[in-house]
Design a protein. Structure first.
Length: 461
């Protein structure tokens, strides 16, 4: 089963794209965002106006990508990344795309009850609810279903059963009476998909669709253009959803940063707003990680099911809103105007050139040490003045014992082998500061508590 499904990923008879194409479209969308950030960073190094807009880089990309994706969805039912692989978005249509019934027609009139449920109806409904329309069974499975129809359980043939066992089961004296030919034909149609309603839906398929279903499990699918509602939803999933996810990830990184400055800022915020800080801490420690695991796990599960052709949807949100990816056909080329075709071709070539060009620049610049937008913003800030003694750095009331400029506060001689105390900025001889701080655990001038690890040597060139 798995081998045939994996090999069918290169089957051109299937109207669905391969899992590789789906992953490439996602990767290209992410690379376009990185390329825009890289281009904005390059412009910020040359232009002050572009540097002033760096804090709103995500919002600018959201607006630009929203306008472009809206035009693509409105005129071609596709996106920029999907356009490269000639993919389009559509909705599922056809008889087998309908919701499976939980009860037969006879029991539906008398009212729903557990006794009126069709065999396996709940499982089929749950499967349809999670994964969508099922694939058409293979000819081998339909043949086995036909043999096992109207036969007792002890006489049924399984795919792994040996041939002599099957013959012995058929030749058993407990075999049922012969079935008329008309009933056999009806039973064959029912066994092909497993129920009366499914057989009626299968009978509505065209011969071409049945032929395609022989070569691909979802070859029978019928598609219709996206509705206005699904176009708006697709635009939201393509633009606003990634923007909100990036903002949430930045917020999570900011609230879980273990650096000294970040911890000090969070402690100060918690001291001023304790309840609000506790709520934000709960979101960062529990809510966001659980949401992230559920999101990534569900996407991985759907991609595995799509790879094995158990579903035609590539993500849980696509299943919820009924949005599927399909390959472009000859009918799409005939119905599209020549002007729109030229525009799509030019946009595809330009997109590939921009993508490859910015990727090349990104690789070459990272080798030399690229500058991020945050680094450029920090480089433009003025250097703060050094802390002043008596103002920023507290001093004792008796200031007669303060050292002079260039004098060690411990040995009262000229500073040699200089070192600095990080808590106060006082400079002295490295051996003197080491001995004093190890014994007193304070700064020799400001008497602030400190340890030996807070002494740094100053190397002069």
């Amino acid at each position: 089963m798995f081998e045939s499904n994996l090999l069918s990923q290169i089957n051109t008879s299937s109207p669905l794209p391969t899992a590789v194409e789906v992953q490439f479209t996602t990767s290209i969308s992410q690379s376009l965002y990185k390329a825009f950030q890289f281009a904005h960073t390059l412009l910020a190094e040359k232009s002050d106006r572009a540097a002033a807009l760096l804090p709103w880089s995500d919002e600018i990309y959201l607006a630009v990508s929203g306008m472009l994706e809206r035009l693509m969805l409105q005129h071609a039912d596709t996106t920029f990344s999907e356009m490269i692989f000639a993919l389009r978005r559509a909705e599922i249509d056809g008889p087998l795309a309908a919701t499976p019934l939980l009860s037969t027609s006879s029991t539906a009139a008398s009212g729903p009850s557990s006794s009126g449920l069709r065999p396996g109806a709940r499982g089929r409904y749950l499967r349809w609810l999670l994964l969508g329309p099922p694939p058409v069974t293979t000819p081998e499975e339909r043949a086995i279903n036909f043999i096992n129809s109207n036969v007792p359980s002890q006489m049924r043939v399984h795919a792994s059963a040996p041939a002599d066992a099957a013959v012995a089961a058929i030749a058993s004296p407990k075999a049922a009476a012969p079935i008329p030919l008309a009933d056999i034909i009806v039973t064959d149609a029912k066994a092909a998909v497993g129920s009366e309603v499914d057989a009626a839906a299968l009978s509505q398929l065209k011969s071409v669709e049945l032929l395609k279903a022989e070569h691909a499990p979802y070859g029978y699918l019928r598609f219709k253009p996206l509705s206005h509602r699904n176009k708006i939803i697709s635009l939201f999933l393509l633009t606003l959803k990634p923007y909100l996810e990036r903002k949430a990830e930045q917020w999570y990184v900011r609230n879980t940063d273990a650096s000294v400055d970040a911890v000090a800022m969070r402690n100060a915020y918690a001291y001023r707003y304790p309840h609000r800080a506790a709520f934000l801490r709960f979101l960062a420690q529990y809510v966001y990680p659980i949401y992230h695991v559920i999101k990534q796990g569900s996407r991985l599960l759907y991609m595995m099911c799509f790879l094995l052709e158990m579903t035609l949807y590539t993500s849980p949100l696509h299943r919820v809103f009924g949005i599927a990816l399909r390959r472009c056909t000859l009918e799409d080329s005939l119905t599209t105007s020549p002007r729109a075709q030229r525009a799509l071709l030019i946009a595809r070539v330009v997109l590939l050139l921009v993508f490859c060009g910015f990727r090349l620049l990104d690789f070459t610049r990272n080798a030399d040490g690229a500058s991020s937008p945050r680094q450029i913003q920090e480089e433009g800030l003025p250097i703060p003045p050094p802390p002043a003694l008596g103002g920023d750095v507290p001093l004792p009331e008796d200031r007669s014992s303060l050292p002079k400029a260039g004098e060690c506060p411990v040995c009262r001689r000229h500073v040699t082998n200089a070192a600095v105390c990080l808590v106060s900025g006082i400079v002295g001889c490295y051996p003197c500061l080491q001995g004093y701080v190890r014994a007193q655990r304070t700064c020799p001038v400001t008497h602030q508590s400190m340890g030996v690890e807070q002494i740094r040597r100053v190397f002069e060139c």
